[in-house]
Ligand binder design. Structure first.
Ligand code: UDP
Length: 463
């Protein structure tokens, strides 16, 4: 009997990207695949991508949709992420119970945040393998939470954010309070995100396995630590590269964007010199204050370096994005700056005109930047971004971690460092990691083998 896998991503851009890549890999491996999406995101996917026709070539693939429990006009922004998670759970729990009981699903692969999916599968007797789409370095910090709470490391006592957190094995000399996922945490018992992280890690040992979008040469020692909690951890990343390697038509478009991509960014890049442009994007959810946005703008303009900036319509934290504000900013500097509201990011990062990436250090963006050999400036906002940016700066040494001080002079200097002064050194490190990533997904490489084991293990899983 053909194994039937049900994938259930967190209803936001980056997990949808990664889960769709994994879904397509499973299709190529001949598995039957159901992709459970929210109605809201499914509509956006169909509107802005070729996903519908792309997946039609796989007869054993189907999309299923459920409501996310929110009214159509309810904003689904980062500030309201808690609302979305709670309302979706109310709809998803009964739906999952029914579908795993009745539809012959062999294995459920939920996002690591959906601890309740793990409970339901264990109750019903269906195998479950969690997929944590956050960075493994942050996941390891999460896994140490109980110990950190017990030792009194968190919540922090005092305001000094430079104090080292010494109870995360392997990060004793590295992880400062300012690098901690919830660095403003005051009470673990009442903080929604801390509670979610605790539930997430409790469900890991109750899953049959854990999928991570990384590769052994990048995160080897972290993976050994994570395997003490979940021995069956499959490091199958970078997923977009694994997929590209296995697709026979390498040129196939693979956009999974929930927003309309502005391809004029590529035409603009075509007219720029090699490695002359820094790409600026804060992902799909992170926001900036108006003051921060101004500092970034002036820092970038003063650096004299060309830049392509993704200014999402919901990028400003306090108010609806004002087109007048952008117009005032961009007037006079159009030649060196190009603004779009959403870009085809992977295409942008692979463009020869791009020399670096000013990023919020989301895990997908970080992996995409490594694959495309672009060093980074990190402006981490929250959760895994804070740990990841520390690793970018201090462990992998493929970028500069700004951490907390948003000042136009610092930004100007960082941009010049990245694109001119330290360019060769950073480029050398990121080139090496990119090469290792490519080797990992090639036949016989660690991620290639991990994906083969994952498929074989799924085939062995009975009901
Ligand atoms: N992305 C994109 N176009 C943009 C900005 C982002 O396609 O203009 C994609 C990007 O390629 C990445 C995802 O959105 O796959 C963002 O994921 P990430 O984990 O970096 O950050 P998040 O949005 O979850 O904070």
């Amino acid at each position: 009997m053909c194994p039937h896998v049900l994938l259930f991503p967190l209803p936001i851009q980056s997990p949808i990207n990664s889960m769709l890549q994994l879904a397509e890999l499973f299709c190529l491996a001949g598995l039957q695949v159901t992709f459970l999406n929210t109605n809201h995101n499914q509509q956006l996917l169909y509107r802005h991508t070729d996903v519908e026709s792309r997946f039609r070539q796989y007869p054993k693939f189907q999309f299923r949709t459920i409501s996310d429990g929110l009214p159509d006009d309810h904003p689904r922004s980062s500030i309201l992420f808690g609302d979305l998670i709670t309302s979706l759970q109310a709809v998803a729990e009964p739906f999952l119970r029914e579908i795993v009981t009745e539809s012959g699903v062999t294995c459920v692969i939920p996002d690591g945040l959906f601890y309740y999916a793990v409970d339901i599968c264990n109750e019903v007797g269906v195998s479950v393998i969690s997929f944590d789409t956050i960075s493994p370095c942050c996941l390891w910090v999460y896994l140490c939470f109980p110990k950190l709470i017990q030792s009194g490391d968190i919540p922090f006592k005092g305001n000094d954010l430079d104090v080292l957190i010494e109870n995360v094995p392997g990060m004793e000399d590295l992880l400062r309070r300012r690098d901690f996922p919830f660095y403003r945490l005051t009470n673990c018992a009442t903080d929604l995100y801390c509670q979610l992280a605790l539930k997430e890690i409790q469900s890991i040992p109750r899953s049959h396995g854990l999928i991570l979008n990384t590769f052994e040469d990048l995160d080897g020692s972290l993976l050994s630590n994570i395997r003490t909690h979940c021995p069956q951890t499959y490091a199958v990343g970078p997923l977009q590269l694994q997929l590209k390697t296995r697709l026979s038509d390498k040129s196939m478009s693979s956009s999974n964007s929930l927003r309309e991509e502005d391809d004029s960014s590529i035409q603009w890049l075509d007219a720029q010199p090699v490695e002359s442009v820094i790409y600026v994007s804060f992902g799909s959810l992170a926001t900036l204050t108006k003051e921060e946005m101004l500092e970034f703008w002036h820092g970038l303009v003063n650096s004299g370096i060309r830049f392509l900036w993704v200014m999402r319509s919901d990028l400003l934290r306090e108010e609806k994005f004002s087109h007048q504000f952008v117009k005032e900013l961009t007037d006079g500097s159009e030649e060196r700056a190009y603004i779009v509201s959403w870009a085809p990011q992977e295409k942008v990062l692979s463009h020869p005109a791009i020399g670096g990436f000013l990023t919020h250090s989301g895990w997908n963006s970080t992996m995409e930047s490594i694959v495309e050999r672009k060093p980074m400036i990190c402006w981490a906002v929250y959760v895994d971004q804070r740990v990841t940016s520390r690793f970018v700066g201090e462990v992998w040494k493929i970028g500069l971690d700004m951490k907390d001080i948003c000042d136009r002079y610092i930004i100007e200097k960082a941009v010049k460092d990245l694109m001119v002064t330290n360019k060769d050194k950073l480029k050398k490190s990121v080139d090496k990691l990119s090469m290792l990533a490519k080797i990992s997904v090639g036949e016989g490489g660690s991620s290639y083998n991990a994906f083969e084991s994952l498929v074989n293990d799924i085939k062995k899983l009975g009901r």
